[in-house]
Write a protein that binds this ligand. Structure first.
Ligand code: OAA
Ligand code: MG
Length: 560
């Protein structure tokens, strides 16, 4: 271990590592750090004794063995009992289950992450179905709304306008060097909750927890970042506990320059192989950032491309249940923002590849409704650029219900960020038009879902194939149990990210997203189909992510 120690220290002190090798090596000796060993392998910043126990990355709490306690000068600093990690896990789960308020569970889990990172991830991995809704959607949404009040210790890196001109220096303040994935938000469109400013930090933190728990990326290689350019949320601006800059959002040139400085600093500091995931930016910035940086950085937008890939996977899988090919469907979206147009585009691309028809042609099977009604050619001039490809010939239609009756979709997809918009009439109309209507209520968190699982099954008399962005419990209807799927991008981004990193990719291509969709769809079993599911259960998510990563890696290799 002596060699290992020298190597770790040198690299840490000189910062001499490229850190972007693409592989997942044990850069900081973490895999071996808490093994039984006589030489302390920690770098200068993590010594031993009390300091060691206060470092969440290395702390094991009562699981330190007597030998480790002696070797690392912590004997006496802990009560005498030695508990295995399994016992610790049972204890924490027992304690968590005492909390009835989801936000309390969230806070308890964040405290654990701050105290004993290994135990946190062990818990998350072993209890993924129970804990995903706590550290992630929907509870993370509430946490962001109340972030100022529940804030205890900082998580992630805050880059505010105050740091203009010195973003690179700020990046260097982060204690880890070998960063492989960054999830970044500017907090302007947090889930379907709107502008939460700096309090959006909960989202990158939550997403990166899943990179580790679901995708196996080491925690020290993950960097959550919140860019604070102000907020237009008056409630936050007037809240004495608000943690961000108390000013209106910077926009236009000032915003673009700041983001440009950030993206350059990221590449300069971490190299070309660091993956940057854009998360929960508002439409007006999301599309622009993606198109600006997709040819110079390894970037993808989770809300546009991750969501698209997961929905496409569900649709590919649904072909088996419905006995129809993608090209045989007619799609109607409520919501023409990042998720809506992103999904629509990937579906059109997939059908184009399957049928050999040009994409302009395959787009015609896909219709979108925004706040002003059905998107039709007549509106083209006044549409934002990302909506324009979806302006087809049709007379204007104002309401969703009328659009359903006019377009006669086989698939209805909600991406509007507005809850309760799939009304009884809309869902019943889908059931009248289709033997098995496919209904996806994708907006998050639960309060913003277009309809609930119970509504979808009840209003279609149990005929709907339903999935949602936020989780819903199984529903009993007419003596039968219906289990809804969760069409959430967390099926995709951990595996996609792992595949990109493993293969040393330097750009993200649509073909990689398609490969991820195919890989996910292929893991839905006959048994899942028999239960009406178009996504595999989360219980196997690490295996699922690994398979997605393998497919993405293979595609990357194939693309050269
Ligand atoms: O975070 C989630 O659950 C899915 C997502 O990206 C969003 O709704 O913005
Ligand atoms: Mg998102």
């Amino acid at each position: 271990m002596g060699t290992n120690q020298t190597q770790i220290s040198d690299e840490y002190v000189t910062g001499n590592s490229s850190g972007v090798g693409g592989g997942i090596s044990d850069v900081y000796g973490e895999d071996s750090a808490t093994l039984d060993q006589l030489v302390t392998p920690w770098v200068t910043s993590v010594a031993s004794g009390y300091t060691l126990m206060r470092d969440p990355r290395y702390n094991k709490g009562l699981a330190f063995t007597d030998k480790e306690r002696d070797a690392h000068y912590i004997t006496g600093l802990l009560p005498p009992v030695v508990l295995s990690q399994d016992v610790q896990e049972r204890k924490v789960m027992h304690n968590l289950r005492q909390y009835t308020v989801p936000l309390q569970r969230y806070m308890a889990l964040m405290d654990l992450q701050e105290r004993n990172e290994r135990l946190f991830y062990k818990l998350l991995i072993d209890n993924v179905e129970e804990l995903l809704p706590v550290v992630y959607t929907p509870t993370v949404g509430e946490a962001c709304q109340k972030y100022g009040s529940i804030y205890r210790r900082p998580q992630g890196l805050y880059i505010s306008l105050k740091e203009k001109g010195k973003i690179l220096e700020v990046l260097k303040n982060w204690p880890q060097r070998g960063i492989q994935v960054i999830v970044v938000t500017d907090g302007e469109r947090i889930l379907g909750l709107g502008d939460l400013g700096c309090q959006g930090m909960g989202i990158p933190v939550g997403k990166l927890s899943l990179y580790t728990a679901l995708g196996g990326i080491r925690p020290s290689a993950c960097l959550p970042i919140t860019i604070d350019v102000g907020t237009n949320n008056e409630k936050l601006l007037n809240n004495e506990f608000y943690i961000g800059l108390k000013q209106k959002r910077a926009n236009g040139e000032e915003y673009a320059e700041f983001l440009q400085e950030f993206m350059c600093a990221v590449k300069q500091n971490y190299g070309e192989k660091v993956l940057v995931q854009f998360e929960d930016f508002a439409n007006h910035h999301a599309f622009e950032l993606l198109s600006k940086y997709c040819s110079s950085h390894l970037v993808f937008n989770d809300d546009i491309q991750g969501t698209a890939s997961v929905v496409l996977a569900g649709l590919i899988a649904a072909q088996k249940v419905l006995g129809k090919s993608l090209a045989d469907h007619t799609f109607l979206f409520l919501g023409a923002g990042e998720a809506g147009t992103g999904i629509a585009e990937l579906i059109a691309l997939k059908i184009s590849k399957e049928t050999g028809k040009p994409i302009d042609e395959t787009r015609k099977k896909i219709w979108l409704v925004d706040s002003k009604g059905l998107i039709v050619s007549e509106r083209k001039e006044s549409l934002q650029h990302f909506k324009q490809p979806w302006a087809h010939d049709h007379k204007p239609v104002k309401e969703l219900l009328a659009a359903v009756n006019a377009i006669k979709p086989t698939v209805l997809i909600g991406t509007s960020g507005v809850g309760k918009t799939f009304t009884k009439e809309v869902v019943e109309a889908m059931a009248t038009l289709n033997e098995k209507p496919l209904i996806l209520a994708l907006s998050n968190p639960t309060s913003q879902a277009e309809c609930t699982a119970e509504e979808a099954y009840t209003w279609t008399k149990g005929r709907a194939i339903f999935a949602s962005g936020s989780p819903f419990d199984p529903v009993q209807y007419d003596g039968k149990k219906f289990t809804p799927g969760q069409a959430n991008n967390c099926y995709i981004f951990p595996g996609l990210g792992l595949g990109l990193i493993m293969s040393g990719a330097i750009r993200v291509r649509d073909d990689m997203l398609l490969a991820a969709s195919e890989a996910l769809a292929s893991q839905v079993t006959e048994e899942n189909f028999a239960n009406g599911l178009i996504y595999p259960p989360f219980a196997n998510i690490r295996k699922i992510s690994a398979n997605i990563a393998a497919s993405v890696g293979a595609k990357t290799y194939e693309l050269g």
